[in-house]
Design a protein around this ligand. Sequence first.
Ligand code: CUA
Length: 233
Amino acid sequence: MMTWSNLNFQNSASPLMEQIIFFHDHTLIILIMITILVGYIMSSLFLNKFNNRFLLENQLIELIWTIIPAITLIFIALPSLKLLYLLDELNNPLITLKTIGHQWYWSYEYSDFKNIEFDSYMIQQEDSQQKNFRLLDVDNHVIIPMNNQIRILITASDVIHSWTIPSLGVKVDANPGRLNQTSFFINRPGLFFGQCSEICGTNHSFMPIMIESISLKKFINWINNYSSLGDWK
Ligand code: CUA
């Protein structure tokens, strides 16, 4: 989860986020090399006394400084495209989770089993006796079995929201009247946090997402016990 003065990405909890971080690092290295080179050239322009008063054109240098950036861009564009198509890939998901954005909370439906559905509201610090994750904790977690492909269908009931979980590399807009699809694969157990990231009204900051990644066995157990508890809280 996000903590104080963390300027980098959160640790990845899915293979796709790992790939996104690799791509970020790759692009950043190219960016740093360009910045250093251009910075050096610019500073050396100020610090020398050379001039070339009769220079009008130089086809060769124009050619060099056109082709080199073009090649550099290809080195960014190809991995970027690979990642783009990889993120869209959906292979044989185990379950489908429906996510509906509301002003200002999320609701979830697991319709593969018994039409489990619930709302997920942020817990206010004052409401709770226990210590919780301030502005990130919700009353009903999204329970997900780890090491399985999960499909999510995302929509909204009022305005545009965005279902965003940085550690899983998921960021999909929830549009009223549209159904968006994405998928993820969580490769470790734990709690993973997200927030709405589409400015959706006064309480935009207060509709967090909390994913609880557990083993498949525990997940089946949760499904089985859900109906007996009735309205599970
Ligand atoms: Cu929902 Cu911002």
